[in-house]
Design a protein. Structure first.
Length: 294
């Protein structure tokens, strides 16, 4: 009976602690103690291990910026340019050859205080044109939006500002940086773009110009050599080319008087028949369309 009871007890312990098995009672007690110690330590350490795993933060995930944005393929299809976020509100433009073992090269950086990178496009297989914008606080009128077009090589060398720059004699604020309206694929590194002109003429010198308004210029993005294609017009709001380097359509705002306009854009064709110093005549106005359809 005693042997049978001892056997039953050993079997019970063996079922509870299978790793201890059917062993003498003294050794069995040591084995059970070891198992209990291990269990206690596991119970104590489990919460500590859980603390190392950060809980999912839905708000942080919702507000996180994309790791890559504005992907652009080079004309030869062998490189890409993209914008990636940096510390704070900053961002950087990188270029990457689509080849095994290639490493990304830093082309342009913005801190986000206040300048920000908006987009980058290839103007040749080795050069980019990027749009930079910012909100700058003016003590008189409050926050004002500024935009500039910047050209830079794929490796970050030879940066050039393509937008028209104001100077100490400019009358007005140069807010807009213009837009590329023709990438001129047959001309390596040159573009047709709109640029805003401000008068900077003054008494006592022939330097400066009285030109004001939106114009079209041909620009070499490497050297900043400029050819004036369309003269500045104060009523011009958009130019459209045929994609082969020729401006075909001019969008002008319809004047409503008292420094106001109707919100309607008049498309005029052809460009060269419109006098620069006057508004388009009725015969020159081919159609009236909304700004969004141009």
């Amino acid at each position: 009976m005693g042997a049978h009871g001892q056997r039953s007890g050993n079997e019970s312990v063996s079922r509870c602690w299978p790793m201890c098995g059917f062993i003498p009672s003294s050794e069995q007690a040591a084995c059970v103690l070891t198992k209990l110690t291990t269990l206690v330590l596991f119970c104590i350490c489990a919460p500590l291990l859980a603390q190392d795993v950060k809980a999912f933060d839905a708000a942080a995930a919702f507000g996180a910026r994309p790791s890559i944005s504005d992907l652009s393929l080079s004309p030869d299809g062998l490189s890409v340019a993209y914008i990636a976020p940096t510390e704070g509100e900053g961002s950087a433009s990188y270029t990457l050859r689509l080849a095994d073992g290639a490493k990304a090269k830093l082309a342009l950086v913005s801190t986000g205080k206040p300048d920000r990178l908006e987009r980058c496009r290839w103007v040749s297989n080795e050069r980019l044109v990027c749009s930079v914008y910012a909100l700058i606080k003016n003590p008189t009128v409050g926050f004002l939006p500024f935009a500039r077009l910047v050209a830079v090589n794929a490796d970050g060398t030879n940066p050039q500002i393509l937008s028209k720059q104001e100077n100490a004699f400019s009358r007005g604020l140069q807010l807009g940086g213009g837009n590329v309206i023709d990438w001129l694929p047959d001309e390596d590194g040159a573009v047709l773009m709109t640029r805003q002109y401000l008068p900077d003429d003054r008494i006592g010198t022939r330097f400066g110009s009285s030109s004001r308004g939106l114009a079209v210029d041909w620009i070499d993005t490497r050297t900043l050599a400029v050819k004036h294609i369309e003269s500045p017009r104060t009523d011009a709001i958009r130019y459209i080319t045929d994609g082969r380097g020729t401006v075909r359509i001019l969008g002008v705002k319809a004047d409503a008087g008292k420094f106001m306009d109707t919100g309607i854009t008049l498309a005029s064709i052809p460009m060269r028949s419109i006098p620069i110093s006057t508004s388009p005549t009725a015969s020159e106005k081919r159609t009236a369309v909304s700004p969004c359809t141009l």
